[in-house]
Design a protein around this ligand. Structure first.
Ligand code: ADP
Ligand code: SF4
Length: 686
């Protein structure tokens, strides 16, 4: 299909200093969890985006010196010549598709604890950058930088820039954002220096200016020099000569970099989760930058709508449409717009599972795109599928995330696929969960797959079809996939931290009961030891309806695991706003229909709360009765022509949606082939 002319502007070339981006789609630097130890995995991950039409593809943060050591979090290095080849694999891969390659040179300053290098962290004035999360805490205070430390830093940046040029990069960054070293100099409360690098705004900007200058000198006109800067905090500070300090910083550096890459300051606002922020949420902070510089500006905002992208350009907010998450969820987003297939874009749902991978210290995972991070090691391409061997007809029972993904991937491999679900609508757990506060965007997991399935002639969809083993035996499919999901239990939590027996009292419910329409009588207590989003979302939902709700968890924070997805501070805020009482580090020890007894997890001290409905969000078990019943039919399966029965998704091992999608994809990709013994190819440093 031809491109919609409304979107032509997105395909204009953009001059960035000495280089030219072929279009306005710019994959900004983002963490991938892929260190120099995974150079082929990393190159293929970035290459896929270039192939998908991103005109610029950048690395994540690349440390310029061992004094910027983020371990145990994964980070890339460009410390000496030995690191060059690993990065060159990526630039060569990106260039194969006519895109530019950018590198985010990075020094973490006081944020990095240098756990491996054991060098005292560097900072403007020796102040720690505190964190409320254990993984980011350290006991070593940073050292205040002397003048010679600043000279060293400038030399490391220049050396890094030269190596970046040698590795083939087209755009080289100075990174003054997100609490890292150059940003630390910008904040007046944190930078307490009394020399020419502290005090007035011109002094605080000096280090960033010098970093830009040494980078430009080092790359010798071959590469563009980009400045990535966080402006949220500065925008909140009134300026002396302009509206805010952000205006002053941008005015002082206006045309020094070849490109402005503008962003927010902390992960929860910068990489804002969809539960709490809409697409384009950065605009109120960064909208002024283009008025103060003649150089191109790139920014992000979880952009997946081409109309919003065009609007950003037409209204003079951005020149280049930055994408991190949208490029992970659909590396082929630009190509789809270019080919008039924008309705096929697999839109990011803003769940931030990708960020959790970085916190976990592993290569990136994505809920929407199960091929992310698997391009090289499993050979999974997001858009290309090898035909399945033989004439297969597959029945998928259950149309939740696992079943839908499995059915679609099998269909893309040319199988005849039938997918049935007991419910009148497909979507599985999403049918209920997307009705909870902020979670409607997650429905894209279902909607994109259903849309794709409906477009295919080799797929039959049967909603409203609860299948028994007898039904399955009679349906004449050669392979059966069971994706029947999981059920929540009423299990409580023992003193030694594992699930214990189910509580049988009346007035005890699970999320499945709420999904089935139960309206709990107040006062309500939500007991959460699942610790991801659902317990918090249910409490918020009920609290917003005006019920008295108390949220109890064995963890130290509400929805504790959402620290990994940037949602935790926002969950606490939302619960507070909904009037929900929060009780941390407690487990439910008893419930008599009128009151619930809570025990402190450390001391055992007890307290009571009024409660008529206790909602337990704890443990799920596979809903695998159909699987077991079929397997028990033994030889009848063969007589019915059924060659395999396989469980996938929550019916196999209950997990988050990302696990279900990956499980469905894995089965379908390997269907009919001999799986690799090791699962995937192992990467090695070059
Ligand atoms: P997953 O996350 O693994 O995809 P879900 O719980 O989201 O699991 O979805 C499982 C789906 O399977 C639900 O929509 C449910 O209605 C459906 N299902 C469960 N048992 C049957 C059955 N016997 N026949 C048809 N559909 C079923
Ligand atoms: Fe988007 Fe979630 Fe995928 Fe991240 S994991 S890119 S937030 S869909």
């Amino acid at each position: 299909m031809p491109r919609d002319p409304r979107y032509d502007v997105l395909f204009d070339a953009v001059q960035i200093g000495p280089v030219t981006a072929p279009n306005r789609f710019y994959q900004v630097p983002h963490a991938s969890g892929m260190t120099n130890a995974l150079p082929h995995v990393r190159a293929a991950f970035r290459e896929t985006k270039a192939e998908g039409g991103w005109g610029v593809v950048c690395t994540g943060a690349v440390s310029i010196h061992p004094s910027s050591d983020d371990s145990p979090l994964p980070f890339a290095t460009l410390w000496d010549a030995k690191d060059v080849r690993a990065h060159a694999l990526m630039t060569e891969a990106v260039h194969r598709h006519g895109s530019l390659a950018g590198i985010e040179l990075w020094h973490g300053g006081a944020i990095t604890m240098n756990r491996t290098s054991r060098i005292a962290p560097l900072s403007p004035s020796g102040m720690p950058w505190c964190s409320t999360h254990l993984g980011f805490m350290g006991n070593l205070r940073p050292r205040a930088m002397e003048r010679e430390d600043i000279r060293d830093l400038l030399r490391w940046q220049a050396d890094g820039a030269r190596r970046a040029r040698d590795a083939g990069f087209d755009i080289v960054y100075v990174y003054a954002g997100m609490g890292y070293l150059p940003y630390e100099f910008l904040l007046p409360e944190y930078n307490r220096r009394t020399d020419e690098y502290g005090g007035s705004i011109a002094n605080r900007v000096r280090l960033v200016r010098e970093l830009l200058e040494v980078t430009r000198d080092a790359v010798g006109g071959r590469c563009a020099v980009a400045l990535r800067i966080s402006l949220e905090e500065l925008r909140a500070k009134p300026g002396t000569h302009a509206a805010t300090e952000a205006h002053e910083v941008v005015a002082l550096l206006a045309d020094v970099p070849d490109l402005w890459d503008v962003k927010m300051d902390s992960s929860p606002t910068d990489c804002a989760p969809s539960r709490f922020s809409a697409e384009g949420s950065h605009e109120p902070v960064i909208d002024f930058v283009k008025k103060l510089t003649r150089k191109p500006v790139v920014g992000v905002g979880r952009f997946t709508s081409p109309d919003l992208m065009v609007s950003q350009i037409r209204r003079g907010v951005l020149d280049l449409i930055g994408g991190a998450r949208p490029s992970i969820a659909d590396p082929f987003l630009p190509k789809k717009i270019d080919e008039g297939r924008e309705h096929e874009i697999r839109e990011c749902i803003g769940c931030n599972i990708c960020i959790s991978s970085w916190h976990d210290g592993v290569p990136v995972r994505c809920t929407q795109n199960p091929t992310a991070g698997e391009e090289w090691r499993r050979g999974w391409h997001p858009e290309r599928f090898t035909p399945a061997a033989g004439e297969a007809s597959v029945l998928v029972v259950g149309g939740g995330p696992a079943g839908l993904e499995c059915a679609l991937t099998l269909a893309r491999r040319g199988c005849r696929v039938t997918i049935a679900d007991a419910a009148n609508e497909f979507g599985g757990r999403l049918r209920f969960e997307t009705r909870l506060p902020g979670l409607s965007t997650w429905g894209r997991v279902r909607d994109w797959r259903l849309g794709q399935l409906r477009d295919r002639a080799n797929v039959s969809l049967y909603p409203g079809s609860e299948l028994t083993e007898t039904d399955v035996l009679g349906l004449e499919h050669s392979h059966v996939v069971i994706a029947t999901g999981a059920r929540w239990t009423r299990m409580l939590y023992s003193t030694i931290e594992f699930p214990t027996e189910e509580i049988a009292a009346a007035g005890v419910y699970t999320p499945d009961d709420l999904a089935a329409g139960t309206v709990p009588e107040g006062p309500v207590v939500v007991f959460d030891f699942d610790n991801y989003y659902l317990g918090g979302a249910i409490a918020e939902h009920l609290g917003r309806q005006g019920r008295k709700v108390d949220y109890v968890t064995t963890a130290g924070s509400a929805s504790a695991w959402t620290f990994m997805t940037n949602e935790l501070p926002l969950v606490h805020r939302a619960l507070g706003k909904a009037g929900v009482g929060i009780h941390l580090l407690r487990r439910v020890a008893g419930f008599d229909g009128e009151e619930v007894t809570l025990a402190d997890v450390f001391t055992g001290d007890e307290m009571r709360l009024p409660c008529r409905s206790l909602i337990v969000v704890g443990v799920r078990v596979p809903r695998d009765e159909l699987y077991r019943a079929l397997v028990a039919r033994g030889t009848e399966l063969a007589r019915a022509g059924i060659r395999s029965v396989t469980r996938i998704g929550d019916a196999s091992a209950p997990g988050a949606i990302v696990h279900a999608v990956h499980s469905g994809h894995l089965f379908a990709r390997e269907f009919g082939d001999t799986p690799q013994a090791a699962g995937y190819t192992r990467d090695f440093p070059v």
